[in-house]
Unconditional design. Structure first.
Length: 196
């Protein structure tokens, strides 16, 4: 993340996303596929790291192998396979977008970090000196089990997350960069799907 100053002189936190150039690898339509969509490929991959079915797929599109393939169903672009989509063709300053990605994995975490429990400082009963323990988790002989969905310690992060209603602050067409207000899911250099 970084920050820029807006017209009013306020310091705005933002994220810089490289959003292209993307190559159209397949155009799907109602007749052959049952739905209409545009499949885009991003990031060059080595041929030796690409499976043979995908190598044939890219050869049919007339492009080199790509690392990431994503389909966009509600696309207004009229493109053919092998053509390039740049960031200024799709986005403009002030657009509202959604960012979809895989959040940072945080490993096995306790209830205080994972669910925001208060620990011993906000305890009522069932806690003596175990500062970050979950406390009581169930009833007695009835129902004599722990209900599904009980908030407990466990794996945190590393899941698909969609952050909605992010505003595009700036489009840098020469470098195919988007400057987006706020944060997007994932670590540095991870793949993010930008939806309009």
């Amino acid at each position: 993340m970084t920050s820029i100053f807006d017209e009013a002189g306020r310091n705005v936190a933002c994220t810089v996303v490289e959003a292209g150039p993307c190559v159209v690898t397949q155009v799907k339509n109602e007749d052959t596929d049952g739905y209409s969509a545009l499949q885009l490929g991003f990031g060059d991959a080595k041929e030796k790291n690409t499976s043979q079915p995908l190598q044939g797929h890219f050869k049919n599109a007339g492009t080199s192998p790509k690392r990431k393939l994503v389909e966009f169903c509600d696309s207004n672009l009229e493109k053919k396979a092998g053509e390039t989509v740049t960031v200024d063709e799709v986005f403009q300053e002030g657009d509202v977008i959604n960012a979809v990605g895989t959040s940072k994995g945080k490993g096995f975490q306790g209830v205080v970090k994972r669910h925001g429990f208060g620990g011993v400082g906000q305890s009522t009963h069932g806690q003596h000196n175990r500062l970050r323990a979950p406390g009581s988790i169930g009833a007695a002989s009835y129902p004599s089990r722990v209900f599904k969905g009980m908030r407990m310690a466990g794996q945190m992060g590393n899941e698909r997350v969609k952050v909605q209603n992010l505003r595009v602050l700036k489009v840098v067409a020469e470098k195919n960069l988007l400057v987006v207000k706020g944060s997007v899911p994932g670590h540095k250099n991870s793949y993010v799907i930008i939806e309009r």
